[in-house]
Design a protein around this ligand. Structure first.
Ligand SMILES: [Zn+2]
Ligand SMILES: [Zn+2]
Length: 156
C-alpha cells in the first residue's frame, strides 16, 4: 500500500517530540519545507494556495526484540496524516474517519472492502503489540538531520 495505517502501540510513551521537544520546531521546519506530501504528492489546495503540511515520524517495529526504531520523518498532507493515525482519527468522530478512509481508498486505488480487510489485519497486529513494552531507538535522528544539534528536553 502506498498509504499505510501506522498504529503506535499503547506502551510507547515516547517519540522524537517528547524527547527532543526543544529541537522539534527545527525538525518540523526542515521536514515541511519539502513542500509536498511524500505519500500522495499533494502540493496545493483547490484554491491554489500551498497546502499546510505535517511532520510524521515513521517507525519500524521489531516484534522479536520489542524495539521501535525511527526510520524517517516524512512531510505529509493532513489527509495522509489522518490515515497514518487512524485510531486517533476515529476518536475525532465519523466525519474525520470517513474523510481519511475515502483518502486511503483514493491513494491506494482500492475498494472500501479492501480497506476493511486491511484495517482488521492492522488492528490485530496493533493488539498484539499492545501487550508488550517497547524500547525506543532514535539513533538515526542525527544522520537524518545533520544540521541540527539535538538537545534533550521539552519546551513544555
Ligand atoms: Zn498526502
Ligand atoms: Zn504522525
Amino acid at each position: 500500500m502506498q498509504l499505510e495505517v501506522e498504529l503506535i502501540p499503547d506502551h510507547c510513551p515516547d517519540n522524537v517530540r517528547t524527547i527532543h521537544g526543544k529541537s522539534w520546531p527545527q525538525i518540523r521546519e526542515l521536514v515541511i519545507a519539502k513542500g509536498y506530501c511524500e505519500i500522495c504528492n499533494a502540493k496545493f489546495l483547490k484554491s491554489g494556495k500551498p497546502k499546510k503540511f505535517e511532520a510524521h515520524e515513521v517507525w519500524n517495529f521489531n516484534d522479536v526484540t520489542s524495539t521501535q526504531s525511527l526510520t524517517t520523518i516524512r512531510c505529509t498532507c493532513k489527509l495522509c496524516h489522518l490515515v497514518h493515525h487512524l485510531c486517533h482519527t476515529q476518536k475525532m468522530g465519523s466525519k474525520w474517519f470517513n474523510l481519511a478512509v475515502t483518502h486511503f481508498c483514493k491513494v491506494n486505488q482500492c475498494s472500501i472492502e479492501t480497506f476493511k480487510d486491511y484495517f482488521e489485519v492492522k488492528l490485530k497486529e496493533w493488539n498484539e503489540r499492545n501487550k508488550k513494552i517497547w524500547h525506543l531507538d532514535i539513533t538515526l535522528l542525527s544522520s537524518l538531520f545533520p544540521s541540527i544539534t539535538f538537545i534533550k528536553g521539552t519546551t513544555r
